[in-house]
Design a protein around this ligand. Structure first.
Ligand SMILES: O=c1ccn([C@@H]2O[C@H](COP(=O)(O)O)[C@@H](O)[C@H]2O)c(=O)[nH]1
Length: 275
């Protein structure tokens, strides 16, 4: 998918919601646990009930990998189902990869060729040659961790007063080949940094996790982070997918996604993005 196509989807749906798919055997409804592929059954039901309200899905590979080969199969099936039933949704493999160039190429092939994802999250610590292999794939995006939502972000990302590490990630990565296909992870819990981030990367899309369960606020993110093409994909995982653990979990997830979509539609009006 291109950036223009993503913006068009956002405009058509008045939504920049990304639904996070983080299936956890302890948390999924009890009636699914004994099925042959409980993770796929869970994700499929969530997708069926939320797809009208979101423009993106973000399966976090850790939750699938934790179940070994069976989990990886569930991940492949989930992404194949997304490509089949939601061809206009943006699919982000949240895998947080990062390695030397020839290894990075294999990661990129896994997520772009084998699984046909639109984007993969990458830790930028190893620098240019660890990121460029992801950018070599046409119409695919690399989402670099810039300023993460967790407490520990302060240990490295914001320690230096002058040119903190997250700023260096933003500015240096703009010199990488095909940098227009870079997006950045910025936690919703770090909304106070968004004004500065927009000065450094005015046109880039930001993937914003941390609303809902982690306490980030949608209105604060929108006020400081939106650009004229929206430029935001706001993720919610637990707040949507575990809103109910009863048999109606998927309907309740759909309702939560609808509530967020409506708040997003209001924000788009408030910020006069498409008017
Ligand atoms: O800085 C980051 C980077 C990634 N994540 C991931 O996003 C979701 C958030 O889940 P919630 O349940 O909505 O809190 C999850 O997959 C994280 O691993 C993040 O939270 N912060």
């Amino acid at each position: 998918m291109t950036k223009e196509q993503l913006v068009q989807q956002i405009q058509e749906k008045s939504s920049f919601l990304c639904v996070g798919l983080d299936p956890d055997l302890q948390k999924i409804p009890a009636h699914l646990r004994d099925l042959e592929d409980p993770f796929f059954a869970f994700c499929k039901a969530i997708i069926d009930h939320t797809k009208d309200y979101c423009v993106a899905y973000k399966p976090n590979t850790a939750f699938f990998e934790a179940r070994g080969a069976a989990g990886w199969q569930s991940l492949e099936k989930t992404i194949a189902y997304l490509n089949e039933t939601c061809p206009n949704h943006f699919i982000i493999a949240d895998a947080k990869r990062g390695d030397i160039g020839n290894t990075a190429t294999q990661y990129a092939r896994a997520f772009f060729e084998q699984m046909d994802c639109d984007a993969v999250t990458v830790a930028p610590y190893m620098g240019r040659d660890s990121v460029e292999p992801f950018l070599a794939f046409e119409k695919r995006f690399c989402v670099l961790l810039a300023l993460t939502s967790n407490q520990g972000a302060k240990d490295f990302q914001t320690t230096r007063e002058e040119a903190p590490l997250y700023e260096e990630v933003l500015t240096t990565s703009q010199t990488y080949a095909h940098s227009e296909r870079l997006m950045y992870v910025v936690g919703a819990t770090k909304a106070e940094y968004l004004e500065r981030i927009r000065q450094l990367v005015p046109a880039s899309f930001l993937l914003i996790p941390g609303v809902g369960a982690q306490g980030g606020k949608l209105d604060e993110v929108c006020a400081a982070g939106m650009n004229k093409e929206v430029g935001l994909l706001v993720n919610s995982s637990r707040g949507i997918i575990y809103a109910s653990s009863a048999e109606d979990f998927a309907q309740v997830a759909g309702e939560q996604a609808r509530v967020l979509q409506q708040q997003m539609a209001e924000e788009l009006k408030k910020q006069r993005v498409f008017s």
